[in-house]
Design a protein around this ligand. Structure first.
Ligand code: SF4
Length: 329
């Protein structure tokens, strides 16, 4: 996808669906004989983010940067230690939020004991949001939208190929008409030949159903292909946020620059384009003082000893935000 195409994709006007305001998630670890935590893991450290209806928001960063915690938070599986999540509906009070997820590995994410129609309608059973007598019809309808034949509804997950199982996982995510679908490395467990088919299916479903995706990925090629906007995470913070074209083509934060330098550009297998950085991510039990990236940053100066806020990027009109005093204005 060209930068211009990315630009026009990101430029569509969309209302905010979900706002996260200074969200922190801290976990106590272990406990002493008085029951006090021995340590605290600082998984998310002040996330400010707005998710827009109908967009794909890519979230990238190394393992341990907080991507998975962010996904769990959006799914409602964990609560923030502090900060707020605000859902914004056209008709407030009409419904509660519904976030579904497509996991990396469809083999382990689908219940092997259930026939496909029950797998697909699991969220509806859990939410009790449709009559039982309608479940088979709903499953068949969604299955046909993802390219699974309706006569296979009584088969079990192991009777399908990896690509078909991921289609079933997508159907399961779609069946309850979610506000947001979290795509957690949705193609990384699949054969190369199938990856493009799944990405194209996700893009087609988004166009036809105005779906909102949060795409969590180590794979910059996938993010470049899918995302309208990109959030780069480091040690539980967003360090850069903006349109995919700006963040991926003209990265401003030194961390984003390092990540992208480590990613091969063209002519390599998608699996080889993994995000990495030359030194190890520090642990999140004792957070660094000042800029979290200071110990690894090749551009660090004396001014980096104070905490950095996520501020508009210097000299840029497009709403890009960056957590670095050299780059923010
Ligand atoms: Fe590097 Fe300093 Fe910017 Fe942090 S604030 S990213 S240490 S230059």
């Amino acid at each position: 996808m060209t930068g211009a195409a990315l630009e026009s994709r990101a430029g569509k006007s969309r209302h905010t669906l979900l706002g996260l305001h200074d969200v922190r998630v801290h976990y106590p670890m272990g406990s002493d004989w008085l029951g006090r935590p021995k340590a605290v893991a600082h998984a998310l450290n002040g996330i400010d983010l707005q998710v827009r209806a109908g967009e794909t928001l890519g979230v990238v960063g190394e393992s341990g940067c907080g991507k998975s915690t962010l996904a769990q938070l959006l799914m409602g599986l964990i609560k923030p230690t502090s900060g707020t999540l605000d859902w914004i509906y056209n008709n407030p009070g009409e419904r509660s939020s519904n976030v579904q997820i497509v996991f990396q590995d469809p083999q382990s994410s689908l219940d092997p004991r259930l026939p496909v129609w029950k797998v697909i309608t699991e969220p509806l059973f859990v939410q009790r949001s449709a009559p039982r007598r309608d479940m088979r019809d709903i499953a068949a309808r969604v299955a046909s939208q993802v390219g699974i034949r309706t006569e296979y509804m009584d088969r079990f997950p192991h009777q399908f190929s990896g690509g078909q199982r991921q289609r079933i996982a997508i159907a399961r995510a779609l069946s309850s008409d979610p506000d947001i679908i979290v795509l957690d490395e949705p193609t990384s467990a699949l054969d190369i030949s199938v990856q493009a088919q799944i990405l194209n299916l996700l893009a087609e479903l988004q166009r036809s159903r105005n779906l909102t995706y949060i795409l969590i990925s180590h794979n910059v090629s996938v993010v470049r292909h899918m995302a309208d906007r990109v959030a780069v995470m480091y040690l539980g913070q967003i360090v850069e946020l903006g349109s995919a074209s700006e963040v991926l083509e003209r990265p401003r934060h030194p961390y984003t620059q390092l990540l992208l330098e480590a990613v091969p550009r063209l002519g390599v297998a998608v699996d080889d384009a993994q995000v990495s950085a030359p030194t190890e991510l520090p642990g999140n039990r004792n957070l660094p003082t000042g800029c979290f990236f200071r110990d690894r940053c090749p551009k660090a100066t004396a001014g980096c000893e104070i905490p950095q806020a996520l501020l508009p990027a210097k000299g840029v009109e497009t709403g890009e935000r960056v957590r670095c005093h050299l780059q923010s204005g």
